[in-house]
Design a protein around this ligand. Sequence first.
Ligand code: EPZ
Length: 427
Amino acid sequence: MDQIVIRGGQRLKGRIPISGAKNAALTLLPCALLTDEPLTLRNLPRLADVDGFGHLLNQLGCSTTIEGSRPEDFGRVMTARTTTLTSTVAPYDIVRKMRASILVLGPLLARAGEATVSLPGGCAIGNRPIDLHLKALEAFGAQIELTSGYVKAVAPGGRLAGGKFTFPVVSVGATENALMAASLAKGTCVLENAAREPEIVDLCNCLVAMGAHVEGIGTETLTIEGVDRLHGATYRVMADRIEAGSYACAAVITEGDVELVGAKADEMEATLSALRQAGATVEETKTGIRVAMSGRAQPVTLSTAPYPGFATDMQAQFMAMATLGSGASLFTETIFENRYMHVPELARMGCDIDVRGRSAVVRGVDRLVGAPVMATDLRASMSLIIAGLAAQGTTEVNRVYHLDRGYERLEEKLQAVGADIERISAG
Ligand code: EPZ
C-alpha cells in the first residue's frame, strides 16, 4: 500500500487548481442510466471512486469512453451511453467497496421499472442506513423488499406513479436517488425538506439539461414533473468545494498564501466564514478564492449541519487546523455518529483534543511533531496531511487509498505550492 511522506514546516504559496467535485460526479454518473442517448460529463475528477463508478455502470450495460487528455491536465471528459441495460443488479462486492453505488437504485427503477441493489452496509464514520432512500421511492409508488442483504425494488406497471415525501432528516443521497427516480415518473413527485447541497443543484441542472422538469432547484422543496423520456446532454461537473476548503485549511496552518483556482465562494460560504473566524484573509479573485494567514489560528466554534450550514465533510480538516491555534476550539458533529476517527491519529502528533460524545475540544499547542499515522476514512486522512504539513519533522501517512478516493493528485498539487511531500509506492 502506498504511503505519503511529508517533511513539515513549508509555507504554502501559489495557486492550487481545484478539480471537479467527487460528490457531484458520483450523482451525475448514474444519470447516464436514465436515457439511451450519450451523456458527456466534463471536468470529471481522476479519482478512485469515479473509476469504480464507471466499472459499475459498465456492468449494467452502460458504455463509457474517456476522451484523451494530456497527463498534466486535471479532470477528464467521459461520455457514458446506456443504449440498453444488460443488468439491473448492483452486486455486493461492488457496493460494499463504494457506498455511492446505491445511487444506481433510483435510475434503474426509473429506466427499467426494477432494481436489485446490495445494501451498502456501514463504514468508518457511521452505520449509514438507507431507509430514507427506500421510503422516498415507496412514496412515489415503488414496491420494495429486503432479502438476503439486497434491496429489491419494483415499479408496478414498469413506471413510478408520482407522490409526495417529506424527509424527517436531510439526506443528500436519498434526495439524489429520489430526484433521479422521479424524473421519469408518470406523475408529479414532491420532495420536502430535501437536501440543498450544491451537488444537489448540480444534479438538478444536469437532469434539466437532459429534459427533466424540476422546480424549486436550490430550495428544500423540489417538484419534479415526470417525463416519458430523457435525452443526452453535455454537462460540466462543479468545482469541489470540499477539496477547496481542505487546501484552505492547509494554507492557514502553514501561514501560507494560496489561490484556490476554480473554487466558487457562493458554494462554500460557511467554510469561508469559519476561515475568517480563525483569522484568515479570505477574498474572491477573478479565478477563484485567495486564502492567506500569518500567525496562529484564532479559536473557532463550529457545529456541522446540512447545507448551507458548516459541512460535516470539513470538520476533520478544520480540527487539524485548530490544533496549532491559540486557545481552545469547540467542534460538534451533528451528522455522523463516529466522525472523530482522526483524533487518536492527530494525538500521536502531539495534538491536545478531548472528545466528549458528539463534541470535541481542541486546545492549541505550540508545536506538532511528525509521526507515522494511519488514515481511516477520506476526510480523516486529509486532516493528517494538513497536520503533517505544519509538524516538525517527518509524517508518514499510511493507507493513502482513502485519500485517493477524494483528492485528485494531492501530492502534485501541494508540491507545486512548496510542500515537501512525496508518495512512496509500495509496489
Ligand atoms: C453524502 O453522503 C456525501 N457522500 C458525504 O460525503 C457527506 O458527508 C454527506 O452526504 C453529508 O453531507 C456523497 O455525496 C457520495 P446523508 P450521504 O444521506 O448521502 C442519515 C465524503 O467525505 N441517513 O446526507 O450518505 C445518515 O446516517 C462523504 O465525501 C439516514 O438516517 O449522507 C446521516 O446521519 C462522507 N437514512 C445523515 O442522514 C438514510 O436513508 C446524513 O446522511 C440516509 C441517511
